[in-house]
Design a binder for this molecule. Structure first.
Ligand code: DGT
Ligand code: CA
Ligand code: CA
Ligand code: ZN
Length: 636
């Protein structure tokens, strides 16, 4: 059991207790326990064997430690089993719907007897929810929306939910005697944001050994079929996995076929027919002669195509580009040299500033930005101007403590309902890196939302927009706004759009990132990590970027620090030749703040417009920044 598995049990237990009306302290203890386990660096499975090791974890007492041991050993614990009988798992799952926390689910369960999504939908349609205390008509409408959003996910698992299990299964099979190749094909290999099932392909090894090992794997809860060349199972997390054993000489053809997409396959087959060939999962043939099949490369080559990365195989023009030799060179993990969005325990993150910066440094990044929340959110710990001022000192200190990485003093500034920023210009001027994002009022109608976002993007202090649509998969729908207009404004102003790599966000999503590239928008890929462990999430941002066809050149945080700095400066009106006569020294505290700033170090000189300039510019003026991007200047 991974720490995440163990944590899930305790998080669920906490929710069950809360729905049951248990003492809030008790609920909090389990919820906190889940968080501690999840974010702990070593596997609790290992600690469970050591006397007192679990008890030494913060917030974990004797009782909880014993329950963790139970869960590690048996997958469950008595209290969990007892609660499960009272509060069905389907009821617990309702708390994941947008707008429904444990408190509302408790009301639904107790007063209306709602036990699952179907019951909830029926009650909402019958207008029963609006009558409940603490609900109302709006909540009822939102519940119906959330149910519709969640239904798109029925039978599908987010990519991140499939990631570990697919890797573990592949490893398990790869270790068997005689096995040569193991690949997880299908939507998983194309890195789609959700997968319907996993499609494993294997060569080598005896059918008996492979199928036995596959169907007896510890994660398997049900065997759906077992044969000589194909078996299917269902895993603990609900995912179905098909395993196919194929001969080495047709592995490439099988991999190509089962990677899909279906639309890509259909186009390839057409191309084959035009050339007098025939393509299927066994190979590419002319009459009864096999032309290719051992590797994907040889099949593509025989069709006159360059090998196409799986992420692009969606029949969106990649075949034409493979024929013309103009496929993009997709961005790779090693291209990223910075992570520009993360939180520490100064706001809602888990780890200290120093721990976080060290962890980023240890991953080999050249620079990073620390971006706490602003005051409108951040669970009461969001930053106001005064907190930003103190933060500057903390950042200066951490730069000394961890010298071999550049640390930008950033902030994730909330975009208020009217598009104004949740920090005044004086506060913004103290920052090296300003990212803005939507966290509240995500239900505004599209025209108002569009204006709100456009206004925020037009603020001259803004460098990037984080998780632009605010979606949370599977439960929260994206904010509705005119994406094209927003991306056009971003291109004009030089504001970068983020591909947020949190696995439940992946926002911008692939299609939007593709559109952003077409519009000449600059992008950043960030983790938005709330703990050091979450720095690993970067892969999901890279996947979305690759599916969008992004190259290194499309992404700002691939640039070495000095060029990144230049790129930001060029994007700023103050540095791009804005008429100096209009820039007056900011009066009062703003000027003082600027003067009181510590002497410019290499890092301090980064990223920001001249403080006085930023402070004196009119807020939210929608005029595009002239000359903001010489390389890709738009005629606006
Ligand atoms: P999923 O599992 O729903 O996330 O999506 P996929 O793409 O993994 O689809 P799946 O598992 O049904 O099939 C795996 C691949 O097999 C699919 O991407 C393409 C290929 N395939 C399946 N059915 C057909 C078909 O009817 N025609 C063609 N040309 N290819 C197919
Ligand atoms: Ca599949
Ligand atoms: Ca399948
Ligand atoms: Zn964030």
């Amino acid at each position: 059991m991974t720490n995440a598995d163990v944590a899930r049990v305790f998080a669920r237990l906490a929710t069950m207790l809360e729905i049951d009306g248990a003492n809030p302290f008790r609920v909090r203890a389990y919820r906190e326990g889940a968080r501690v386990v999840e974010s702990h660096g070593e596997p609790v499975e290992a600690l469970a064997g050591e006397e007192g090791a679990l008890e030494a974890l913060p917030g974990i007492g004797k009782d909880l430690a014993q329950k963790i041991r139970d869960v590690v050993k048996t997958g469950t614990t008595d209290l969990y089993e007892e609660m499960r009988k009272k509060i069905p798992v389907e009821v617990v799952a309702l708390t994941e719907l947008q707008g429904l926390g444990p408190k509302r689910v408790k009301t639904l369960f107790e007063t209306l007897g709602v036990k699952d999504r179907a019951g909830l939908e029926a009650a909402a349609r019958a207008g029963q929810l609006r009558e409940l205390p603490g609900f109302g008509e709006k909540v009822e409408q939102n519940v119906l929306k959330a149910l519709a959003a969640a239904s798109q996910w029925v039978g599908r698992v987010p990519l991140a939910g499939a990631w570990a299990v697919a890797g573990a299964l592949a490893e398990h099979i790869r270790a068997l005697p005689g096995v040569e190749q193991v690949e997880c094909a299908g939507s998983f290999r194309r890195r789609k944001e959700s997968v319907g099932d996993l499609d494993l392909l294997v060569t080598g090894g005896s059918a008996e050994t492979v199928m036995e090992a596959f169907t007896k794997h510890g994660d398997v809860v049900e065997i759906l079929g077992r044969g000589e060349t194909k078996s299917s199972v269902r895993l603990r997390n609900g995912l179905q996995v098909d395993l196919r054993l194929v001969p080495p000489e047709s592995f490439g053809a099988a991999l190509l076929y089962f990677t899909g997409s279906k639309e890509h396959n259909i186009e390839l087959r057409k191309l084959a027919i035009e050339r007098g060939l025939s393509l299927n999962e066994y190979g590419l043939t002319r009459g009864d002669k096999t032309v290719a099949g051992r590797t994907e490369e040889e099949v593509y080559r025989a069709l006159g195509l360059a090998w196409i990365p799986p992420e692009l195989r969606e029949a969106l023009g990649e075949i034409e580009r493979a024929r013309a030799g103009t496929l993009p060179r997709l961005i790779e993990p090693k291209d990223l040299v910075a992570d520009l969005h993360m939180h520490t325990d100064r706001s809602d993150g888990r780890d200290t500033l120093e721990t976080m910066v060290r962890a980023v440094r240890d991953r080999g990044y050249a620079y990073c930005a620390i971006t706490e929340h602003s005051k409108a959110i951040g669970f009461g710990r969001g930053f106001d101007e005064e907190r930003v001022r103190r933060s500057a000192q903390e950042i200066a200190a951490v730069r000394k403590q961890v010298p071999d990485i550049r640390v930008l003093h950033g902030l994730e500034v909330d975009i208020l309902a009217d598009g104004a920023l949740d920090l005044n210009d004086e506060g913004l001027a103290m920052l090296d890196w300003v990212i803005v994002s939507l966290h509240s009022r995500l239900d505004l109608p599209a025209p108002a939302m569009t204006e709100r976002v456009l206004r925020a993007l037009s603020h001259p202090a803004v460098h990037a927009m984080a998780h632009p649509t605010g979606r949370l998969m599977p439960s929260r729908e994206p904010a509705r706004f005119d994406m094209e207009r927003v991306l056009e404004r971003a291109a004009e102003t030089g504001v970068a759009m983020e591909i947020n790599a949190q696995p439940d966000r992946m926002d911008l999503k692939d299609a939007h990132a593709r559109l952003a590239k077409e519009k000449g928008v600059r992008m950043v890929i960030d983790t938005d990590a709330h703990s050091t462990a979450q720095l690993d999430h970067i892969r999901y941002g890279l996947f979305a970027a690759r599916r969008a066809g992004l190259t290194k050149e499309d992404v700002l945080n691939t640039l070495p620090f000095d060029r990144f700095e230049q790129a930001l400066r060029r994007a700023k009106p103050a540095a791009a030749g804005g008429a100096p006569t209009t820039i007056v020294p900011a009066p009062g505290p703003a000027g003082k703040a600027a003067r009181a700033a510590p002497p410019a170090t290499a890092t301090k000189r980064t990223a920001k417009p001249k403080p006085a300039a930023a402070a004196s510019r009119p807020r939210a003026k929608a005029a595009p920044r002239a000359g903001s991007k010489p390389a890709r200047k738009r005629s606006s």
